[in-house]
Design a protein around this ligand. Structure first.
Ligand SMILES: [Zn+2]
Length: 586
């Protein structure tokens, strides 16, 4: 009875504090935004999936936008597609977007442009073929309707479009995204999303068969190896010159593009594939950097944003090209721009994989989920975002989640939770097509025990793993790891860091040699056993009780992942955390 009374009291207190938050919320500090407008206009345009004449998409009612602004919204983003506004060369038609811009500003919202420059207008795609290159798949040697990131003229076309947007709107554009390549202009290679644009031949796969792509691959390998003999030695090939280098036959001329580690039996096969996939991922990141740099010609960095793609709630298939830590490293060169990865719904491995990288490289993190999140998942998303150091918030479902946003948006401080525990991301193994499912599932369980960072091999290569910062590195999968990374792990252990293997496992470098250190490392059979090794470290709450704890500075946040109220001792006090809610210290 006392418990029921206490729960009722807690419910009363929660309601009272909610009642106090019904005053207008200024969402500006967190850039609470939604989208997307003008997509029907794009769909009906000449480049659209269903071209129809004379279709205009009216802006939303002014009343609805004012109401949203009063609830804390900052922007309802507008999609501008190049092929929809320059239907005839040099003749720009802005009526659709002028109306949206006026509507948003009249409502007191920002006018934010999310743009699609990557699908060329029909006149460029069909009539002026000599002036453009389209992405071409290795599987069938066929073009899709996406412009090739490998042809330097593509960035010049993006410039042509950015310049026109700036020329027309100037400072009326409050924020603008730099376009990359994916189906939504994000940091993915072409994927088959045919709903909005006529994308032509398209599928998941490897899009580097155009002549510029092949040339770029050869140039990159020339730079890496210097002499073709060295490349042949590393790859087990017999190329006479670098001009003969071809993309891997495993994904050329075949529909079987799904990569698994078993497809590369020898060390040379592995190295050949790793060189390719690392180049392929970096090519897209480098292009994103060029797009940012081009947009910075027209708008200052605090107005420039980028969507580097998502995590598919774990980690994206390698063919997609969404190497999140690489985007963070690239963006470090452009302070003050904001990166907004997708799929953020509190999937802790993915969130921490990118969150740790953003924090390490000093990049501002805004987050975006897909739609259809229930209330519990939304709160989990907000907790995870906050603990990853997010400072901005995007949702496609603003109206459905106003209550959660108002209640928790102040937790987006830009500061990640503090922890001395890191989880290893086996990037080499991932690049070889390894299934990271075991690590992703372990991360979910580990989050109940402690806050942790996820260290991608890129971060380890760049020096993120030190005993001063991390007392324990938890390794769940490490079948194959690049030697350079293993040397960093050796140095970490010698300097006093502790690497803990979950389950005994042999670790080998790409060239096949065993990692001897693995034999001497502490091994635990499961995460229950790990508990005893990390107790007392910063970031560890130490209990598998369904409560996730995050501490930063003097602040403590606790999220209840269960469906029941959970009582716990936090900072020496007895507290009860309601289901699907966040308790925070005052
Ligand atoms: Zn194809």
């Amino acid at each position: 009875m006392r418990i029921a009374f206490f729960a009722a009291l807690v419910a009363f207190v929660v309601q009272s504090s909610l009642a106090q938050t019904t005053k207008p919320l200024d969402g500006r500090p967190w850039n609470v935004s939604t989208g997307n407008l003008s997509v029907v206009f794009i769909q009906a345009s000449p480049v659209g999936a269903h071209p129809r004449d004379g279709v205009i998409e009216p802006p939303p009612s002014l009343e609805s936008q004012v109401a949203w602004r009063e609830k804390g919204l900052v922007a309802n983003e507008d999609y501008i597609a190049w092929g929809a506004v320059e239907r005839t060369p040099g003749k720009w038609e802005w009526a659709q977007h002028d109306a949206v811009e006026k509507n948003q500003h009249a409502a007191g919202l920002k006018y934010v442009v999310y743009d699609w420059a990557h699908f060329p207008p029909v006149w460029l795609r069909e009539q002026r073929k000599s002036e453009r290159t389209l992405m071409k798949c290795l599987e069938h040697g066929q073009e899709t309707n996406y412009l090739s990131i490998f042809d330097p003229r593509t960035i010049a076309w993006y410039d042509h479009f950015y310049k026109a947007v700036h020329g027309h709107f100037g400072d009326k554009v409050d924020d603008m995204y730099a376009c990359i390549l994916g189906p939504y202009g994000e940091g993915n290679y072409p994927l088959n999303v045919p709903d909005w644009i006529n994308i032509g031949h398209c599928h998941e796969g490897y899009w580097c068969a155009d002549e510029y792509a092949i040339r770029a691959l050869r140039a990159s390998m020339t730079k890496k190896y210097g002499e073709v003999g060295k490349l042949n030695e590393a790859w087990g090939t017999k190329y006479a010159t670098f001009a003969d280098v071809r993309p891997p036959e495993e994904v050329t001329g075949t529909d079987k593009y799904k990569i698994t580690p078993g497809m590369f039996p020898t060390a040379q096969d592995k190295r050949r594939w790793l060189d390719f996939i690392t180049w392929y991922h970096q090519a897209l990141i480098d292009f994103a950097g060029q797009s940012v740099e081009t947009l910075l010609k027209y708008y200052p960095p605090e107005r420039v944003r980028l969507k580097p793609g998502g995590t598919a709630h774990g980690i994206n298939p390698i063919a997609w090209g969404t190497f999140s830590p690489g985007y963070a490293k690239m963006a470090a060169k452009y302070p003050r721009i904001v990166l907004q990865p997708a799929d953020c719904l509190g999937a802790v491995f993915g969130d921490k994989w990118l969150g740790t990288a953003y924090a390490y490289y000093g990049v501002r993190l805004g987050t975006e989920p897909a739609g259809s999140l229930d209330k519990k998942t939304y709160v989990r998303r907000m907790f995870s975002d906050a603990s990853c150091g997010a400072s901005q918030h995007f949702t496609y479902e603003f109206d459905q989640h106003v209550e959660e946003i108002r209640k928790y948006i102040h937790l987006y401080t830009g500061k990640p939770g503090e922890t001395e525990v890191a989880l290893f991301c086996p990037t080499t193994y991932y690049r070889l097509g390894g299934d990271l499912g075991p690590t992703i599932r372990a991360a979910n369980k580990l989050r109940d025990l402690c806050e942790f960072d996820v260290l991608d091999e890129l971060l380890i290569e760049d020096g993120a793993l030190t005993p001063a910062k991390y007392k324990v590195l938890v390794v769940t999968q490490a079948e194959i790891v690049d030697r350079l990374i293993l040397e960093k792990l050796d140095a970490y252990v010698r300097a006093g860091g502790k690497v803990v293997l979950v389950k005994k496992q042999a670790v080998a470098e790409v060239e096949g040699r065993e990692w001897v250190m693995a034999r001497e490392l502490t091994t635990v059979a499961n995460l229950e056993e790990l508990k005893g090794l990390v107790g007392g470290l910063n970031g560890v709450d130490g209990k598998f009780d369904g409560l996730w704890t995050c501490r930063r500075g003097g602040q403590t946040m606790v999220f209840n992942t269960t469906d029941k109220a959970v009582a716990a001792e936090v900072n020496g006090k007895q507290v009860t955390v309601e289901p699907a809610s966040i308790w925070e210290s005052r």
